[in-house]
Design a protein around this ligand. Structure first.
Ligand code: PEP
Ligand code: MN
Length: 337
């Protein structure tokens, strides 16, 4: 249920409505906008039908939210959310590019690629320290050692850092080092994990599950938001289809669909979508043209030697060329990069 308050509603009137909703056993999410404030009443809406909240002073109207996701829905918040990560704003006019290697291998390789991508215009640095590998015999990541390198390199190059959390037991560790917590595709429906990151104040990059529908994707975002953290960035990274020519199939239409249903920023990861470095550029351009707020692109100074996802990683010179092309696409859709 959304309770829209009058423009001139006083704090006392708002407090009175909030108290009533809480007394009825629902949780309250107050959103104070520049124009007007709204209250999201989340829980069993049936209890509200017998209470004429629209008759309360300061209340303009009361509307049910029919969608199963509430806090992340456009019904709840009309304006696009902008997530501020140490001054890097995801969801505003500027398209933000997250780049770096799939996994952190050692400090010098990370520093080399970080300096290059920063020079080309990337604004956030990525790197995995805990890797969700299909085989238990593949490189699993450096753990805390990797997180230390990521933090140091991020600070040295002036880029906030993004890294994946796979296990709730590592949440304090990850929070000590990361600016953005990535929830990987394989964990999109790990609901305990979603609730835990929902209790933090970190920005969360939520990747779409391999076979998740848009509705399931948004329900996972709702899990995070329901725990209090609304600093969520959605990431389309390709879904599994019958097609085997590419690693996954990039669902470009997810961008306008999510934009219509939800107010959260949308980032596209063409690297994991296609799985081949030569297909990353066209999909990256298409994503910006379709309205993405950002991209996540894997880069490596020496992809042939990469311990993870070398086949889809761009060398710094190719990344630099792509950034030049992306700037022109961004301009064409009235964005900057
Ligand atoms: C990654 O970003 O390195 C990753 C493992 O991505 P995904 O969860 O989308 O497969
Ligand atoms: Mn990867």
């Amino acid at each position: 249920m959304i309770i829209v308050l009058k423009r001139d509603a006083t704090d006392a009137q708002i407090d009175h409505v909030v108290k009533k909703v809480k007394d009825l056993g629902l949780s309250v999410h107050l959103s104070k906008g520049s124009e007007r404030s709204i209250i999201g009443a989340i829980g069993d809406e049936a209890v509200l039908t017998s209470t004429p909240l629209d008759a309360f002073p300061g209340v303009e109207k009361v509307m049910p939210i029919l969608k199963p996701y509430k806090l992340v829905s456009r019904d709840f918040q009309k304006e696009d959310s902008v997530i501020d990560i140490k001054g890097v704003k995801v969801g505003g006019k500027q398209v933000q590019v997250i780049s770096g290697p799939c996994s952190i291998e050692n400090k010098s390789i990370l520093l080399e690629v970080a300096k290059e991508v920063k020079k080309s215009g990337a604004t956030l640095l990525r790197g995995g320290a805990f890797k969700p590998r299909t085989s238990p015999y593949d490189f699993q990541g450096l753990g805390e050692e990797g997180l230390k390198y990521l933090r140091e390199v991020g600070d040295e190059t002036g880029m906030p850092v993004v890294t994946e959390l796979m296990d709730p037991r590592d949440i304090d560790l990850i929070c000590r080092y990361a600016d953005v917590i990535q929830i990987g595709a394989r964990n999109m429906q790990n609901f305990r994990l979603l609730k835990e990151v929902g209790k933090t104040d970190k920005a969360i990059l939520l990747k779409r599950g391999l076979s998740a529908t848009i509705k399931e994707f948004l329900m996972s975002a709702e899990y995070i938001a329901s725990m209090g953290n609304r600093n969520i960035i959605l990431c389309e990274r390709g879904i599994r289809t019958y097609e085997t020519a590419t690693r996954n199939t990039l669902d470009l239409s997810a961008i306008p669909v999510l934009r219509e249903l939800c107010h959260l920023p949308i980032v596209v990861d063409p690297s994991h979508a296609v799985g081949r470095w030569d297909l990353v550029a066209p999909m990256a351009k298409a994503a910006i043209a379709a309205g993405a707020d950002g991209l996540m692109i894997e880069t490596h100074a020496n992809p042939e030697e990469a311990l993870c996802d070398g086949a889809q990683s761009l060398k710094p010179n190719k990344f630099d060329r792509l950034m030049g092309e992306l700037r022109r696409v961004a301009e064409a859709v009235d964005r900057t990069l």
